[in-house]
Design a binder for this molecule. Structure first.
Ligand code: ATP
Ligand code: MG
Length: 280
């Protein structure tokens, strides 16, 4: 008789987007869509809809730490997704607690700018991300502008430039242990779509099919959350990390394709996280 698989507990440490398309609420939907139990630690509150971010409010640092410590002291956490962290102080303290708990499968989405163009990470926090957070990260999932900021160069504009950027990004992560870069090419000019997955050894090209829609609010959040939910469940498979990323991307593609079934807001609408569940 086979033993039932263990349901992973996954936490997102990120911001809240009240419209539910991005941030913690979207992450919880992505966890749930992938058979993981979702927890959430609030690193920032935003006032936001599908068109704009109109305000940001961050919790006192002591309270942020209390949320993490209270959760981790009780719940076995199998993977962590990091999203909007806002300030250097928040970045430092999240990294500090993750190191303390030796957190596994930390997927760091280095959120800097919202789809609406609003800034979500203080400029002086980038150095702290590199110094404190990347050493704790199992995988980073920057988009092209974020890759440019992390590397202090202009954003890659072609697949060839993405190769070089993925190699340089991998050098920002600890070299002696298993670490991954997922460089997302959603911002490539023209119709081309390509993500690159790199562990320092093998470059995996993940070509995509661009769907013509404005409903791409939270695509990056949802993808990194799905990957965090799948990583603990993929262990034991052939090339588990690659399998988790491929599965998450296929799911996201269908979630973008089904986004038209939802009617949420007048701007960049959310993707349909439960397209496979809500049969109509
Ligand atoms: N129009 C599209 N059609 C299909 N796939 C897309 C589309 N736009 C983005 N993707 C895919 O969605 C994922 C997220 O990529 P993207 O580069 O948009 O992330 P992001 O900029 O971090 O998103 P966000 O604005 O939500 O933070 C990638 O796998 C990318 O290839
Ligand atoms: Mg993003």
């Amino acid at each position: 008789m086979s033993t039932p698989r263990q349901i992973p507990n996954v936490v997102t440490i990120a911001g809240i987007d009240p419209s539910g398309g991005a941030g913690i609420y979207a992450d919880l939907k992505a966890f749930s869509a992938h058979g993981a139990y979702g927890c959430g630690v609030v690193a920032a509150l935003t006032a936001q809809n599908t068109q704009a971010v109109t305000g940001v409010h961050t919790p006192p640092i002591d309270f942020l730490r209390l949320q993490i410590d209270t959760l981790f002291s009780d719940v076995r956490i199998d993977a962590v997704k990091l999203g909007m962290l806002g300030t250097a102080d928040i970045v430092f303290n999240v990294a500090d607690r993750l190191a303390h708990y030796a957190a596994k499968f930390v997927v760091c989405d280095p959120v800097m700018v919202a789809k609406s163009g609003d800034h979500l990470l203080a400029k002086n926090a980038v150095a702290m991300v590199k110094e404190a957070l990347l050493p704790q990260s199992f995988m980073i999932t920057p988009n092209l502008p974020e890759a440019g900021v992390l590397l202090d160069q202009r954003a890659p504009e072609s697949v060839k430039e993405m190769y070089r950027a993925a190699e340089r990004l991998r050098e920002l992560l600890p070299l002696s242990s298993e670490r991954w870069v997922l460089l997302k090419g959603g911002h490539l000019p023209g119709g081309e779509l390509m993500d690159l997955l790199f562990d320092g050894d093998r470059m995996v090209e993940l070509p995509g099919q661009r769907i013509d829609t404005k409903n791409t609010h939270g695509t990056g959040c949802s993808l990194s959350a799905a990957i965090a939910a799948l990583l603990p469940q993929a262990q034991g498979q052939f090339r588990p990390v690659e399998a988790a990323v491929r599965h998450a991307r296929e799911w996201l593609l269908r979630a973008i394709a089904a986004s038209g079934e939802l009617e949420v807001g007048k701007g960049h609408g959310p993707v349909h996280h439960f397209h496979a569940l809500w049969k109509r």
